[in-house]
Design a protein around this ligand. Structure first.
Ligand code: XMP
Length: 514
C-alpha cells in the first residue's frame, strides 16, 4: 500500500480474521490479511510497522499445523499473537504448549479476565473485564523474557508480554465485541506499541481503489448492476470516478422494488457521468416467479434472471469485459464462504450461475463492512440520503412477499411498506433503527370492517437495530407509532386486515423472513 503504514495480519485460518482487519482499520491504520505462508522476503518488502497473528483451529504441537517463518521474530517489529497466534509465538520462542487437561485451562466463551495495566497493551484500561475465550490448548510454560500480564481463574497465561522485544500474546479474542475493551487493546497495540500515526482513511481507500480499478480495467468496458441500494450506489460512484464513460450502469427494474424506487434511482443517478440503462423487466421476473413458493428457489431464480438480463444488456453494448458487483463482507460470510453453514444464498454471491458471460467480476467493496461503505460513499460525494439508505436485499420484495409472488401482492406490500416508512420518518425515528420494512405473510384471517366480514392478509412489520447485520435486535418502536402505522395501513391498503410486529432478534431469526 503506497504511502501508508501497514499492519500485517498473518492468517492462520481462524474465524474472526477479517474482523481483526476491520478493527485495525477502524483505528485508522491500514492493514492487509495475508496467508501464514507469506515469505520473510515478502514481509520485509511490505515493511509493516507491526504484525498480528490470527487465531486458528489447529494445535501448534501438531507437526502439520500452520507455522510462519520464525524469522518474523527477528525483524525488530512488534508482534501480537491472538489465540492460536499466541500459542504459536510461545511455541516458536521456546515455551511449551499442551492440550489443556479437561476442566483446567480449556476455556470457551465469556470469561472474567484480569489485566496488568502497567503493560502497554492494557494501558489506561480497567484491570478486569469479560474476554471471549475459545481455546483447547494451554501455555504450560511461557518463553524466556515473557511476563504474565493477564489471567483468568482457570488460566494464568491469558495474556503474555515481552515488552523489550515488543511481543504480546493473548489467549482470548480482543477483536470480537464480547471482549470488553478489546478494541482498545488493539488500539494500544497499534498506537502505544507500533507507534502508528493513524494515516488510513476512507479517502485513501477511495484513491487506492480508483488507481487499482484503472490499472485492472485498462480500456475495457465495465457493466455494473445498479440497484439503488447503498452498496451498488457506492460501487457505481467509485467506478464512475475511476473509469467514467467506460462504465454502463444497468438498473434492472424487476418489479420487486419499493414504491417509486425505480424513478428515485433514475433521478438520483441522472447527473453522473456514465451510461445509465433502465431495463423494464417486471414481466419477465414475474412470469419466472409464478407459482414458486420456496424461498431458496425464489432467490436462485431472481439471481439468475439478473445475470441473464445483464448478459443481454452487455451484448447490446458490445464487448463487456467486467461485471461489477456491490458485494460486501457480511454477504460473503453468510453465503457460506469456506466451511461455514449456508444460511441464505444471497443473490449477489451464492446464487450466481456457474456460467457468466463476462471476463471477470469486480467486487470493489468485498472487504468492507457497511459502515465503511457508507463512509466511502461520503468521500465520493454521494448525497447523505443515499449513503444512509437502509439496506434493501437484491431479491427485493420477492422475498418479502412470503410464498407465491404476484403483482397484486407486490402492490399491496408496496403501499403498506411505504406507509410504515413514512410514519417512521414523521416520528423522527429513522436514526434509531437500521432496517425496517413490511412483510406480506401468506396467512389470511377473519376481520370485521364496517359491518362486514373480511378475510384478508396479515402484514408483518419488521425493524432491527444492528451495527453489522450479522446479529440484530428488534427495535423498540413506541406503541403510539405502531398504532398510527397499523391504523393507516388497514384503512388505506386493500387486502390487509391485520398487522403484527416481529419481536425476534437475530439470531435466532434472520432479518428478512425468507
Ligand atoms: P438476513 O435476512 O440474512 O439479512 O438476516 C441480513 C442483511 O442482508 C440483506 N439481504 C440481502 N442482501 N442480497 C443482498 O444484497 C440478498 O440476497 C439478501 N438477503 C438478505 C438483508 O436485507 C439484511 O440487511
Amino acid at each position: 500500500m503506497d504511502n501508508h503504514q501497514l499492519i500485517l495480519v498473518l492468517d492462520f485460518g481462524g474465524q474472526y480474521n477479517q474482523l481483526i482487519a476491520r478493527r485495525v482499520r477502524e483505528h485508522n491504520v491500514y492493514c492487509e490479511v495475508k496467508p501464514y505462508q507469506t515469505t520473510i522476503e515478502e514481509i520485509r518488502a511490505m515493511d509493516p510497522i507491526g504484525i498480528i497473528f490470527t487465531g486458528g483451529p489447529n494445535s501448534v504441537y501438531d507437526e502439520k499445523s500452520p507455522k510462519c517463518d520464525p524469522a518474523v521474530f527477528e525483524l525488530g517489529i512488534p508482534v501480537l499473537g491472538i489465540c492460536y497466534g499466541c500459542q504459536l509465538m510461545a511455541h516458536t520462542l521456546g515455551g511449551e504448549v499442551t492440550a489443556a487437561q479437561a476442566d483446567t485451562a480449556r476455556e470457551y466463551g465469556k470469561t472474567e479476565t484480569f489485566y496488568n495495566t502497567s503493560c502497554k497493551l492494557f494501558r489506561g484500561l480497567p484491570e478486569k473485564g469479560i474476554s471471549w475465550m475459545s481455546h483447547g490448548d494451554y501455555m504450560a510454560k511461557v518463553p524466556e523474557g515473557f511476563a504474565l500480564v493477564g489471567h483468568t481463574e482457570m488460566c494464568p497465561t491469558a495474556a503474555i508480554a515481552d515488552e523489550v522485544r515488543g511481543f504480546y500474546g493473548v489467549q482470548y479474542h480482543p477483536e470480537v465485541n464480547h471482549t470488553e475493551n478489546g478494541s482498545l487493546m488493539l488500539k494500544n497495540f497499534l498506537y502505544e506499541i507500533c507507534h502508528a500515526k493513524g494515516d488510513w482513511t476512507m479517502e485513501d481507500y477511495k484513491n487506492t481503489s480508483i488507481k487499482a480499478i484503472r490499472e485492472k480495467v485498462g480500456s475495457g468496458k465495465v457493466l455494473l448492476a445498479l440497484s439503488g441500494g447503498v452498496d451498488s450506489s457506492v460501487a457505481a460512484a467509485l467506478l464512475a470516478e475511476a473509469v467514467g464513460d467506460q462504465l454502463t450502469c444497468v438498473f434492472v427494474d424487476h418489479g420487486l422494488m419499493r414504491k417509486d424506487e425505480g424513478d428515485e434511482v433514475e433521478a438520483a443517478f441522472a447527473k453522473w457521468k456514465f451510461h445509465f440503462v433502465r431495463v423494464d423487466a417486471e414481466q419477465r421476473f414475474l412470469s419466472r416467479l409464478a407459482g414458486v413458493e420456496e424461498p431458496e428457489s425464489k432467490r436462485k431464480i431472481i439471481g439468475e434472471e439478473f445475470i441473464r438480463v445483464f448478459e443481454e444488456e452487455g451484448k447490446k453494448i458490445g464487448k463487456v469485459d467486467y461485471l461489477v458487483q456491490g458485494t460486501i463482507y457480511p454477504d460473503v460470510i453468510e453465503s457460506g464462504a469456506g466451511d461455514a453453514a449456508v444460511i441464505k444464498s444471497h443473490h449477489n454471491v451464492g446464487g450466481l450461475p456457474d456460467f457468466v458471460d463476462f471476463k471477470e467480476i469486480i467486487e470493489p467493496l468485498r472487504l468492507l463492512f457497511k459502515d465503511e461503505v457508507r463512509q466511502l460513499g461520503r468521500e465520493l460525494g454521494l448525497p447523505e440520503y443515499l449513503v444512509m439508505r437502509q439496506p434493501f436485499p437484491g431479491p427485493g420484495l420477492g422475498i418479502r412477499v412470503i410464498g407465491d409472488v404476484t403483482k397484486e401482492k407486490l402492490d399491496t406490500l408496496r403501499e403498506a411498506d411505504f406507509i410504515f416508512r413514512d410514519e417512521i420518518a414523521k416520528a423522527g425515528l429513522t436514526q434509531t433503527m437500521n432496517q425496517y420494512f413490511a412483510v406480506l405473510t401468506n396467512m389470511r384471517s377473519v376481520g370485521v370492517m364496517g359491518d362486514g366480514r373480511t378475510y384478508d392478509y396479515t402484514l408483518a412489520l419488521r425493524s432491527v437495530t444492528t451495527t453489522d447485520f450479522m446479529t440484530a435486535d428488534w427495535t423498540r418502536i413506541p406503541y403510539e407509532v405502531l398504532d398510527r402505522v397499523s391504523v393507516r395501513i388497514v384503512n388505506e391498503v386493500k387486502h390487509i386486515n391485520r398487522i403484527v410486529y416481529d419481536i425476534t432478534s437475530k439470531p435466532p431469526a434472520t432479518i428478512e423472513w425468507e
